[in-house]
Design a protein around this ligand. Structure first.
Ligand SMILES: [Zn+2]
Length: 71
């Protein structure tokens, strides 16, 4: 079993045991491939933690139900 995770800053897949840095944010542990990525995350954590939420909203917007003509 390998514990793979994604560096939220650069998007690189890393193994948790090989992460250069990690950070506990909002009860979740984030792993980073290098200290520089951790520093960026600490500077603007919302930017990186909100990404997936933004993606979800965008796909919702693209559905036919956003147009009144369809549903
Ligand atoms: Zn990184």
């Amino acid at each position: 079993m390998d514990n793979k995770t994604k560096d939220p800053v650069c998007g690189m897949e890393i193994k948790t045991e090989e992460a250069e840095a990690k950070l506990d944010y909002n009860g979740k542990i984030y792993y980073f491939c290098e200290m520089g990525c951790k520093a960026k995350f600490e500077k603007d954590p919302e930017k990186y933690t909100k990404t997936s939420e933004k993606d979800r909203n965008q796909s919702k917007k693209g559905s036919c139900c956003s147009k009144k003509t369809c549903c």
